[in-house]
Design a protein. Sequence first.
Length: 487
Amino acid sequence: MKWRSVVKRVLAPMLVLVLSWAMVSCSQSGSIARKPLLSRSGNRLAEIAPPSMIQELKQYTDIYQPQVTILSPRSDEVLEDTQTSVKLQVRDLPLFKDEEFELGYHLHFILDNQPYQAIFDVDEPIVLSDLEPGTHTIRVFASRPWHESFKNEGAFAETTFHIFAKTPENNPDPHQPLLTYSRPKGNYGAEPVLLDFYLTNAPLHFVAQENSEDAIPDWQIRCTINGESFTFDRWEPIYLQGLKPGRNWVQLELLDENGNPLPNAFNNTIRIVNYQPNGTDALSRLIRGEIPLTIARRLTDPNYTPPAPEPAAVEETLEEVTPAKTREPDQETLPEKTGNEMTELQPQAIPNAFDRATEQTPVEIPAELEQPDDEESIREELADEVKEQLQNELEASPSEAAGKAKDDRSPLLIRPVEQPAPESAQPNAPDAAPQAKPPVLPSTPKQDDLPPTLPEIIEEPDIPTTPAPPPSRLPAPIPRFLTFLNR
């Protein structure tokens, strides 16, 4: 039977240690469903879920298991000076402070039961000066950027030292449960407000409740805010809503299962909190979710680089492109031109009796102008008579006939001018401009007005003339020859 007692003595501490780790692990898990501590019915305060941004960021902080150590002063050391330096060591947690948000992984450093001081760099000296003679205790634990404590084994360190001599004040019992107040503290600009603390040397509930007659007490926490109290037995962060604007006071007490205070230093602590809604500090904006996750990730990783913004997706739909209107040149409104102005645009021909061979577009005489067949027969008969009469005159007087033959050239030169071009052969002018009147050529005097003698023939300059229409298509000037022969 002795071996059984030996096994119990060996396994009991190990079982307690394993169960303690299980309690810590369960307290860190947010997936366990539980009943809220407070509701709004009859109470100003209410427990609500952690802010969504805090829940998003917490998964990035759970990869760390910080280990905190106080190198100096040593435990139970007696110092002969009212000033001392504190040296800390932290492993598995990158302490840093974001320059923009002034948040990051840090340590909560507590001297005796004063409000904590945030430590972002353990290489910087921590000097405690003007210490009261007697006993003092330093408590340090690791914290997330939003001031929630890490609750893993080794994240908390404690040491007690003395100035000149030991005193009972500020000297907690290392074998009794100890409550360390953390949050809320200072100023707040948004709700919910974090209620957080650190608990050491506290037994597991099922171990304390296994035997009511043993010396292991069960525990619970009583929180009082502005006189409104509630109790709970969970070691985990709690988010509360319902603080009044302005000054609020918060008290935390460690009690046994019967509601009696558990005796130990620092197990009853009170703090003053100032709440001003709509704060613009980084923590208030983080709680309200005003900082995007891609930016807030900087608070959980000092080497984090925000991803480059993705280019905006271009829709495949083609936009209707309206062609730019080409500015048309301003069309100047031309004043309506009179007949005189139109003649200035086109050079007016100078009347010249001898300028009869002006270049003209050959005009084809329409078929309807051709003389009927009876006129052709008349011309032929007249031509035969003329030839016969000329032949008779030449035989009578050769010299006189030669003179008359010489004079016969003049009527041939003016033959094309005698027949005015028909109006139907004129090209139509554009509709936009008024039709210009063709230059008026001097009309050929009628055959009855010809002088009894022929005009002197003047040689004309070589001017390109339009070939005359074939004689076969133009009517012969019958009256002129008849007049000449009848003289």
